[in-house]
Design a binder for this molecule. Structure first.
Ligand SMILES: NC(=O)c1ccc[n+]([C@@H]2O[C@H](COP(=O)([O-])OP(=O)(O)OC[C@H]3O[C@@H](n4cnc5c(N)ncnc54)[C@H](O)[C@@H]3O)[C@@H](O)[C@H]2O)c1
Length: 251
């Protein structure tokens, strides 16, 4: 299979801040053209301008992962701008810490819809386009919570992330013969704003102390893992989940 010119064009969801922005940054540093997308349009455009004020190699687009049509419009927009897309990173998610018996049916659905259904829609829309192209790299952001049930995060969040690991396998199997790989990364607690927002200082200190390697995960390192999985050379890895949890969960 030949590698298309657009192999170095990437779209990242939820890239307006946090891990998504770190992923977009590492892809940009590695020579990718990057579409920074987010449901929060201002956040996306501020982030894109920060990365590349010229707007030549980084653009921003509004993309709410609840809407399949947003994925379709973004695919068209990036294809018009750069001739195609080779990499999708499904990163957007909502994180909630509501105790399990306090989660309402509505809140449960809200989290599953953004995190799991959003990832499903991204894999479906881009997976189909990548299959026609005969090339593609999809990287889904899972979480340690999806593997061990989570410590600080809620049941809905953990369940959605477990589902992402399963979806990754399904799409990997279905797309393997078309030159498309689908993998997941499963980070433990990261050194990002969100973690400081959801954990009071003393709880954060306790969580950090509980990590065998003694430190929160680096978002830039997760971005570098994305770059590795996004490369044309990563052809033989598909359906996998890479653990980056500081030793909190060893399997
Ligand atoms: N922070 C951690 O420690 C950690 C650990 C493991 C996994 N993760 C995963 O990494 C990813 C990013 O986490 P983060 O800490 O940067 O979170 P964050 O909340 O800081 O950022 C998430 C981004 O997604 C956007 N977003 C929310 N709903 C959206 C929607 N419907 N459509 C499009 N965009 C939407 C937000 O505007 C925000 O910019 C998530 O998938 C999260 O589950 C994070």
């Amino acid at each position: 299979m030949t590698t298309p010119a657009c192999h170095n064009v990437a779209l990242v969801t939820g890239a307006g801040r946090g891990l998504g922005f770190a992923i977009a940054t590492e892809l940009f540093k590695a020579g990718y053209r990057v579409a920074v997308t987010d449901a929060d349009e201002t956040r996306a455009s501020t982030a894109a301008t920060k990365l590349d004020p010229s707007g030549k190699e980084v653009i921003s687009l509004p993309l709410n992962v609840l809407q399949k049509s947003d994925f379709e419009s973004a695919l068209i927009a990036v294809t018009e701008k750069w001739g195609g897309v080779g990499v999708l990173v499904n990163n957007a998610a909502l994180t909630r810490t509501t105790p399990v018996f306090d989660i309402s049916p509505e809140e449960f659905s809200e989290i599953l819809d953004v995190n799991l259904r959003g990832t499903f829609l991204g894999c479906q829309v881009f997976g189909k386009a990548f299959a026609s192209l005969g090339y593609g790299r999809i990287i889904n952001m899972a979480s340690l919570a999806g593997q061990n049930g989570g410590a600080a995060t809620g049941a809905h969040y953990a369940a959605s992330k477990g589902g992402i690991v399963t979806l990754t396998k399904v799409f990997a199997r279905d797309l393997a013969a078309n030159g498309v790989t689908v993998n997941a990364i499963s980070p433990g607690p990261l050194d990002v704003d969100l973690v400081r927002e959801i954990l009071p200082a003393e709880k954060l200190a306790a969580v950090t102390k509980s990590i065998p390697v003694g430190t929160l995960g680096s978002p830039s390192f997760i971005g570098q893992l994305v770059v590795l999985l996004a490369s044309p050379a990563a052809v033989s890895m598909t359906g996998a989940t890479l653990d980056a949890n500081g030793g909190l969960y060893v399997r």
